[in-house]
Write a protein that binds this ligand. Structure first.
Ligand code: ACM
Ligand code: ZN
Length: 525
């Protein structure tokens, strides 16, 4: 209906002799676009004028992005708004991530509720400029629906260098994703240098070899060590956190516990129930050897690791894993069983709950909040934990009903390691599943929740697990264009229209091409 009115308005304008331009294609879809008449041609010597010095960093990044589109770098100048410039300022009447963009015959006026809101507006401007130096006169009012819009990258199964992580962050910022969840520790590799525990990366970063083919069926290994030097130093982390912050993206580190811990156990065997015989895993899966829940040394170790993590990452949230922790060893371990008796825990699920709550108390004592995968619900969860619902939406619904905050990441809709096409033979080899763009788009994070429970949903995220995704080219292929569908679900939830989205994606695709990003072709055919 909206489109029909716009078409009507366009015909009327044409009839009256005014040239009303068609609405430009912006992804994620803005709250409103009001078209003016005619276009504004950006001058050859474009200037970005910032009203205050703290807007300069955002303007400098935008200047570099616009340079690659315009062929010349706009100057960034601090001072009063001027005719013929892109004028950037803050507007206290707007919310944090909100912005207003106005293009008139006099130039461009962009206001943000904060530097973050302004930065989002600059990404919209970038999409307009990608179509040419002549941009339509218009007014855009825009803000996100959900406050949390995340992407997770697993760098443990396969590693990404600092430069590659920065490129990934660039892709997030183009899509107005505001959170980068960085999965740093796993059975197959520990990727974060920890000053007090050097063996975590000396031993834990390297697996002796890697399974070839699908881990479910393959018995073949490549015979080649993987992971030597593949970890981040404290300086690397600070560099990535700084780079992300300049793009107004929060970085949430994930340190996995009590499961997915084989790399740590290989480095420090006394942290496991059996105390010996561990190796960094050469294959993918879920493994029985996990951190011992009965040994206080485990908590001392994890708290010291988390202290270093908290010093490096300024994020409000620290992700402490909690998924896929078999209870096999705990059932046989005298220390774990003694802990259960001492604490009056009725089963190993309650032991896991004890584990996570004890770690949560430490994280809270350092002024931070925890996120855990949905399994932290089993055996009881503290009300202050935020739950990532990944197996299906059901756990998230359950957590929301209990009053916990929830981030929805259900695998059926949000796992970008799954195939994008039914014809898997024509796709890069993947873990399985089938999550086409249309499914990501159609996902409703509010499904089955009443108005009260909806308030628990912070937002949505997609995950890229890397068992079968070795390099950056494949990372990009797997996340694009599905990330655009996720972005629209997070930013434009209350104004989704799939056909309109696919039509608008033709323009974003041209920007992907200009940035050299790889993407899956299916929605463009
Ligand atoms: C997960 O996919 N194991 C969180
Ligand atoms: Zn134990």
């Amino acid at each position: 209906m909206k489109k029909r009115i716009l078409t009507l308005a366009a015909s009327l304008a044409a009839f009256l002799g005014a040239a009303a331009a068609p609405e430009p294609a912006i992804v994620p879809r803005p709250v409103s676009i009001t078209m003016g008449e005619g276009a504004y041609r950006l001058p050859e010597n474009l200037v970005l004028r910032v009203a205050a010095a703290d807007l300069k960093p955002a303007a400098e990044i935008a200047a570099a992005q616009l340079e690659s589109l315009l062929g010349a770098r706009p100057a960034v100048v601090c001072g009063k708004a001027k005719r013929g410039a892109v004028n950037l300022s803050l507007d206290s009447a707007l919310a944090d991530e909100e912005y207003r963009l106005e293009v008139t015959a006099k130039g461009v006026d962009l206001r943000g509720g904060s530097p973050r809101g302004l930065f989002h507006g600059l990404q919209t401007l970038r999409q307009l400029v990608a179509e040419g130096r002549e941009i339509p006169q218009l007014r855009i009012a825009d803000k996100p629906y959900f406050g949390y819009r995340g992407m997770m990258l697993d760098v443990c199964r396969h590693f990404s260098s600092v430069e590659e992580v920065k490129r990934f962050i660039d892709i997030l910022s183009l899509h107005k994703i505001n959170t980068f969840h960085w999965h740093l520790t796993e059975d197959q590799g520990w990727r974060l240098a920890v000053g007090r525990y050097p063996r975590l990366t000396e031993i834990g970063a390297v697996r002796a070899q890697t399974v070839v083919g699908h881990a479910r069926t393959s018995k073949e290994y490549d015979g080649k060590p993987y992971g030597e030097g593949m970890y981040y130093t404290a300086d690397d982390i600070r560099e990535v956190v700084r780079y992300a912050a300049e793009r107004y993206i929060d970085v949430i580190p994930e340190i996995e516990m009590p499961g997915h811990a084989l790399a740590a156990l290989a480095a420090y065997p006394h942290l496991g129930c059996r105390g010996e015989g561990y190796a960094v895993s050469p294959t993918w899966g879920v493994f029985d050897d996990v951190f011992c829940a009965g040994n206080d040394a485990v908590f001392e170790f994890l708290e010291a690791v988390l202290d270093e993590v908290i010093d490096l990452f300024p994020s409000r949230y620290i992700h402490i894993g909690g998924d896929e922790c078999p209870k096999t060893r705990w059932k046989e371990c005298p220390k774990c069983q003694a802990r259960m008796r001492a604490e009056g825990l009725k089963d190993e699920h309650e032991l896991q709950s004890y584990f996570m709550k004890r770690i949560e108390r430490h994280v809270n004592s350092r002024g931070r909040q925890i996120i855990g995968w949905e399994e932290i619900l089993e055996g009881g969860v503290s009300p202050t934990a935020t739950v990532m619902s990944w197996k299906s939406p059901q756990a998230g619904i359950e957590a929301a009903k209990r009053g916990n905050k929830v981030i929805m990441v259900p695998s059926k809709f949000c796992y970008f390691d799954y195939y994008q096409a039914e014809d898997t033979a024509s796709e890069p080899f993947a873990i399985g599943g089938y999550v086409p763009v249309s499914k990501v788009y159609a996902y409703d994070p509010y499904d089955q929740l009443n108005a009260d429970e909806r308030r628990a949903i912070l937002g949505v995220q997609a995950n890229l697990w890397r068992e079968y995704i070795p390099g950056m080219a494949q990372v990009e292929y797997m996340v694009l264009p599905r990330m655009a569908a996720l972005a629209e679900n997070g930013w434009s939830y209350d104004r989704k229209d799939y056909d309109d989205f696919v039509a608008r994606m033709q323009q974003l695709r041209r920007l992907y091409d200009r940035c050299g990003y790889r993407y899956a072709p299916h929605i463009f055919r």
